[in-house]
Write a new protein. Sequence first.
Length: 259
Amino acid sequence: MDLGIAGKKALVCASSKGLGRGCAEALAAAGVDLVMNARGAEALTETAEAIRAAHGVTVTTIAADITAEDGRAEVLAAAGDVDILVTNAGGPPPGVWSDWGREDFIKALDANMLTPIALMTALLPKMIDRRWGRVVNITSQSVKAPIPALGLSNAARTGLTGYVAGTARQVASHGVTINNLLPGIHATDRAVALDGGVAKSEGITLEAARAKREATIPVRRYGTAEEFGAACAFLCSVHAGFIVAQNILADGGATNATI
Ligand code: NAP
């Protein structure tokens, strides 16, 4: 399917690896020029080179922490006006409710709620002026069904979800859509880190921890960054203009809910 977005420009945050990279690759395959970001310059440069070589699009890289005010300012200055924004950052650490104090919540809110809000605040006005724009926020299945070990994520991402529910409906008449894409478990470094925690706490191998989790997913496997990226690119396409303020699960059926 022609996504109809060749020649547009996207800022894809936290995209040297994992789900962000999957989104960047799928947008590049649709002919979208990219501004890519991550903290580590080496992996970012390598990924950008691979994408340029594979898809022939323009790729600008900015190595900066997207959750820090100065890092975000650097990224926004380099990006200029964009047609498409994909927000993403690392997820908060696991733990239990009694582990977390105010500072932990402030950090999680900064990274997974206030950062995407700041990026939207900066970039929506030009999308509105041009009467076309797409925003996809990478959140988590924890928004639909809380993950006990990820209370910081449950809280911060749900705050973002409430913001999007209201804001998306205010900008939709200008041809700008905002939606959230909710990953369940995908085979990325984050999944390895979470499985590592389970392996350690339960005294089992990493493989056993993964197999145990896979058994809980109706498709019996982890998702791939490619599958996730394809869903993101569709939401950014000309065909998705009537999809507004949605929270779309990509979780292999793991969230056991009717709606
Ligand atoms: P990942 O494989 O660990 O990749 C994270 C990417 O983000 C890397 O490119 C990393 O590069 C970059 N990054 C992290 N923190 C950053 C920051 N502060 N500023 C700029 N770049 C940053 O993670 P992932 O699995 O793709 O997960 C992406 C998001 O989805 C996370 O918020 C995660 O919690 C959420 N999620 C993931 C899953 C899953 O199963 N994978 C499930 C639910 C939710 P640098 O380290 O070099 O900065």
